[in-house]
Ligand binder design. Structure first.
Ligand SMILES: N[C@@H](CCC(=O)N[C@@H](CS)C(=O)NCC(=O)O)C(=O)O
Length: 196
């Protein structure tokens, strides 16, 4: 297999989505760190492959792709050994997006919105081991990777027992050890911002 590069920064949730999807698929990656703190995403070379100057970006033997979820789908479609982690059946694919916006203060309505999204996720997990059913799919790695920073910030999950069980399972996934430090840095930044 030719080399697949992932332009990555561990503190970025979208970058973690792409990395965990790749690890779940089992495709070998060459990770290229783009240090956002040093503004490396604005280098001339990087802007040529990603004019939107963000991570992640995938370079699969010259085929350049940005957008974390598109990368997850591409990797699963192209390199997945079967379609279980990204079903071909579009009805099996359907999940609700979970969106969270953070500012320096978490306003009551945002907190409620996020908890409402968590309730939906918890309900999905009530009768299912994984988000989309009995099998792990890229829905799990995508949701887990994007929310891992918020969980690392210590979001109160006491009302969501199924999410707590799912999180334990997610912490055994391939790629988890690699992403957990970035998620922790993100979580610490959130905690620090909230204290200010
Ligand atoms: N929709 C994009 C969002 C990517 C994104 O926002 N990346 C941020 C880090 S979380 C970034 O690289 N920001 C640097 C910049 O915009 O200059 C995706 O899902 O891949």
């Amino acid at each position: 297999m030719s080399s697949i590069k992932l332009y990555y920064y561990p503190v970025s949730g979208p970058a973690r989505i792409a990395l965990m999807a790749a690890r779940l698929v089992g495709v070998p990656l060459q990770i290229e760190i783009v240090d956002l703190m040093k503004r490396e995403q604005f280098s001339e070379a990087y802007l040529k492959i990603n004019p939107q100057h963000c991570v992640p970006t995938l370079d699969d033997d010259g085929f350049i792709l940005s957008e974390s979820r598109a990368i997850a789908c591409y990797l699963a479609d192209k390199y997945g050994t079967d379609d279980s982690i990204y079903p071909k059946d579009i009805k099996k694919r359907a999940i609700h997006p979970i969106i969270f916006n953070i500012e320096t203060e978490i306003k009551e309505n945002l907190r409620d919105d996020f908890n409402a999204s968590l309730s939906v996720l918890d309900k999905y997990l009530e009768n299912n081991e994984w988000v989309a059913g009995e099998h792990i799919t890229i829905a799990d790695t995508t949701i887990f990777a994007s929310m891992s920073g918020i969980f690392a910030a210590g979001w109160d999950l006491s009302y969501f027992p199924n999410i707590q069980r799912w999180l334990k399972n997610c912490s055994n996934l391939p790629g988890y050890e690699e992403i957990k430090e970035g998620a922790k840095i993100y979580g610490d930044l959130v905690k620090k911002n909230l204290k200010q």
